[in-house]
Write a protein that binds this ligand. Structure first.
Ligand code: GSH
Length: 285
């Protein structure tokens, strides 16, 4: 989605030349776009927005993306948001190597919508098992800012805005609950059942070559497998597909966790093992 320049309060970016990606190393949506760009051989100027320090809620960043989310692509002063839209925009600008064949356009739209609809579910998993519910305590001021900012109402469609607000309101009180985890995993299972079936007949999710959809789902599978989702025993074909992609440098180098996230994850894991609150135990795999 290209944002009208009238929305952009941080005017300096309107003069930026070339391609700039505002992103965060540990953000799933950022990782997706970085893999995509690297596979295409596109180079960009990197701007890290530290989500752990709420840099995405700074006036500077919200003056660029009032949704307060990464990734954001700036192409010669044009601001693009929404990871799936960014990839599709770049596909038309850099068609080779092809990651979105024409004949798959319609299927891809449906598939990407499903993937995007599951974003809050991957958030549940990440906040609970990677960040140990740690990152949301500070969110009250942010909720206020989010609610107050009229521009956000304009740029966020309302269902999206209420989803994000409900998430933060819920988690800032009680963290991500076991029920939320079970419900999120149920949604992933439905998709994984489909993918397992497809991958018994083809090498990638939409045929025999990598597409944008493989990149999008790689990120989710990676995140779930990091927190103990038993792909090898439950979805062996998905596991093979995942292992295969992991051997590619573009996929592995863009999904490494920064050191503080590694530490947080390790502490969360130890705690969950002691308390019997790991993903495996909660979902009863
Ligand atoms: N649908 C959006 C989701 C973007 C999104 O939620 N980004 C996350 C990181 S993966 C973010 O910026 N979170 C910051 C926050 O909510 O505080 C996309 O695909 O770009």
């Amino acid at each position: 989605m290209k944002l009208e320049s009238s929305y952009i309060k941080t005017k300096e970016v309107l003069n930026w030349k070339g391609l700039h990606l505002l992103n965060f190393a540990a953000s799933a949506c950022s990782q997706k776009v970085r893999i995509f760009m690297q596979l295409k051989g596109i180079t960009w100027q990197d701007h890290q927005i530290n989500l752990a320090a709420d840099a995405n809620y700074s006036d500077w960043f919200m003056g660029i993306n009032p949704r307060a989310q990464v990734p954001v692509l700036i192409d010669n002063g044009e601001v693009h948001i929404e990871s799936n839209d960014i990839m599709q925009y770049l596909e038309s600008k850099f068609p080779s190597p092809c990651l979105l064949p024409n004949e798959l356009q319609e299927t891809m739209q449906e598939e990407l919508q499903t993937e995007d609809d599951l974003h809050m579910d991957i958030r549940n998993i990440s906040y609970r098992f990677m960040f140990g519910n740690k990152l949301m305590k500070k969110k009250n001021t942010i909720i206020k800012k989010y609610e107050d900012d009229a521009k956000i109402g304009e740029v966020l469609n309302y269902s999206h805005k209420s989803k994000v607000l409900n998430f933060y309101k819920g988690v800032s009180k009680e963290g991500v609950t076991n029920d939320a985890i079970v419900s999120s995993i149920d949604k992933f299972r439905k998709k994984f059942d489909q993918f397992e079936h497809r991958l018994s007949k083809q090498s990638y999710l939409l045929g025999d070559s990598v597409t944008l959809l493989d990149i999008s789902w790689f990120i989710y599978v990676h995140r779930l497998s990091q927190v103990g989702y038993p792909f090898a025993s439950h979805y062996p074909k998905i596991n093979l597909w995942y292992q295969d992609l992991t051997t590619q440098e573009e996929f592995s180098s863009n999904t490494k966790n920064p050191f503080p996230v590694k530490v947080l994850m390790m502490i969360t894991k130890i705690k969950d093992n002691i308390l019997g609150t790991s993903l495996q135990k909660i979902v009863n795999f």
